[in-house]
Write a protein that binds this ligand. Structure first.
Ligand code: BES
Ligand code: MN
Ligand code: ZN
Length: 494
């Protein structure tokens, strides 16, 4: 990961040097500190002459006429009363991109003539946006043309109510760290992020107070996870499962649980994928990455809730020992699965992970994340994750968290009609249901492994990787799901 700027929260007093960023609403009025500094009227003149109207993310830059500061930057924040968390994060991203060459940047946390209209939570979201925007997965670019950052950049967010901004920042800083961890995991190449290495990264969360168990081949076999192991058997890389526990709630409180698909690379197996674009399948562990990033975020901000995170980590390869179409696997639940297509492997990994999760932990609810189907890209594109659920309240809560964070979801149907499509001639079910309704038949398959546990499945094949870049995400691996689920937890279950 590229070196991130240092971010600090400070009292709203002016520094003696560096770049200043002023925030302006839709009315275009400069805040009071800017007006006081602008004794020559040059800043006001620049704003007037550039037709600046305060529209969101519009910028006016001026070499500071006072000779004290380097630059004065005016950043439009648009209609502030309508701006949500993600809008402020985008503005933070804009702060980052317009000040890349400045070593010291002070963002003056004032809005309006009285300077009092900027809420602490909005300002903290801006800081988080700047941090996430600065993320760049460049560690393998040994000949990068970008000049190496010799000195570290410092972004100072100055606000009158430092205590309130610090409180919000502590939370959002933790969440950003979780997002960046998830991005790193998705971006890492599969020869580096093997299942063993992924499990090690999960184990690393112990430094935050998470309890982590790693299950290896022997344990998985003993637990009879025949579906997950069926996928793994065609790879030289042994399978792993990581079980992460964060006990931030009351001792006897029933936990909530998150389960992730962690296919570190998906060749399709014997039902081999076409070559074009196959490299993208290094991101087929985006669900597991989101769960790991979420656990990082929750532990780091000491969320007051008991949480289980489980990730099934395998590689789907076509070697001489690989599972084949026609094979019948017996999952941990005892249900048997006829393999029609070895490329429908994610649901097999999740079948055992979900079953293990709800039988061992009896969670209040279970949410799984998976880059599960290409069909969800056809249905919803790259900005919405597919949401499938057996529980309306849980689904509505996730939907609401999606609106707050702008990590959007759209509910898709589950139905007994889809169940019929995965009935098998030879076993309890088959692992694909044909061309039509591919995302729903996959969801229906998963539902056979959750019994009565309130459950939701997020198909993040479109959103976890290669989704459209924006002000605070310039990365291929987006870290989708971490902010969404952190918000779900904090708004509804803490
Ligand atoms: N990992 C893929 C789904 C995927 C596709 C993720 C594109 C991200 C981008 C999954 O394992 C898969 O191969 N699904 C098949 C299922 C089919 C064989 C029933 C698919 O979507 O084609
Ligand atoms: Mn596949
Ligand atoms: Zn896959």
């Amino acid at each position: 990961m590229a070196k991130l700027p240092t971010i600090s929260i400070a009292k709203n007093t002016l520094p003696k040097k560096g770049t200043l960023v002023f925030l302006v609403e839709k009315d275009g009025q400069l805040p009071k500190t800017a007006k006081a500094l602008d004794t020559s009227g040059q800043l006001q003149r620049a704003v007037d002459l550039s037709d600046f109207s305060g529209a969101s993310k519009s910028v006016v830059t001026l070499v500071a006429p006072d000779g004290v500061f380097d630059k004065w930057i005016v950043l439009g924040c648009g209609e502030v009363s309508e701006a949500g968390e993600a809008d402020w994060m985008k503005l933070g991203g804009k702060v980052n991109s317009t000040t890349k060459k400045s070593e010291l940047v002070t963002i003056i946390g004032e809005l309006g003539e009285k300077g009092s209209k900027l809420e602490a939570v909005s300002f903290a979201a801006m800081a988080a946006g700047a941090k996430m925007a600065a993320y760049d997965f460049d560690q393998y670019k040994t000949k990068s043309k970008k000049p190496a950052p010799t000195k570290s950049r410092k972004l100072v967010f100055a606000h009158d109510d430092t205590a309130a901004v610090r409180r919000e920042w502590k939370r959002l800083d933790s969440v950003s760290d979780g997002v960046l961890l998830a991005r790193d995991l998705v971006n890492l190449p599969p020869n580096v992020l093997t299942p063993v290495e992924f499990a090690k990264q999960a184990k690393d969360l112990e430094k935050l107070g998470v309890k982590v168990e790693i299950l290896g081949d022997k344990e998985l076999k003993k637990l009879k996870m025949g579906a997950l192991l069926g996928v793994a058997q065609g790879s030289e890389q042994p399978a792993r499962m990581a079980i992460m526990k964060w006990d931030g709630g009351k001792a006897k409180e029933q936990p909530i649980a998150f389960v992730g698909k962690g296919v570190i690379f998906d060749t399709g197996g014997i039902s081999l994928k076409p070559g074009g674009g196959m490299e993208d399948m290094k991101g087929d562990m985006g669900g597991a990455a989101a769960v790991t990033g979420l656990m990082h975020a929750l532990a780091s901000r000491k969320a007051k809730v008991n949480v289980i995170g489980i990730i099934g980590i395998v590689e789907n390869m076509p070697d001489g020992n690989a599972y084949r179409p026609g094979d019948i696997l017996t999952s941990m639940s005892g249900q048997t699965i006829e393999i029609i297509n070895t490329d429908a492997e994610g649901r097999l990994v999740l079948a055992d992970a979900l079953w293990y999760c709800h039988t061992r932990f009896k969670p209040k609810f279970m949410i799984n994340l998976a880059t599960l189907t290409g069909a969800i890209l056809v249905a919803l594109g790259k900005n919405y994750a597919g949401l499938f659920s057996n529980n309306d309240e849980l689904a509505e809560n996730i939907y609401a968290a999606g609106l707050t964070t702008d990590e959007k979801v759209w509910r898709m149907p589950l139905d007994k009609e889809f169940d019929k499509m995965i009935d098998s001639k030879f076993a309890d079910m088959k692992n694909t249901g044909g061309r039509y309704g591919g995302s729903s038949t996959a969801g229906q398959f998963l539902q056979r492994y959750v019994e009565d546990t309130p459950w939701a499945h997020l198909d993040i094949a479109g959103t976890a990787m290669g989704s459209p870049k924006h002000e605070f995400n310039q990365s291929w691996g987006s870290g989708y799901g971490v902010r969404l689920l952190d918000r779900l937890v904090s708004d509804f279950y803490e």
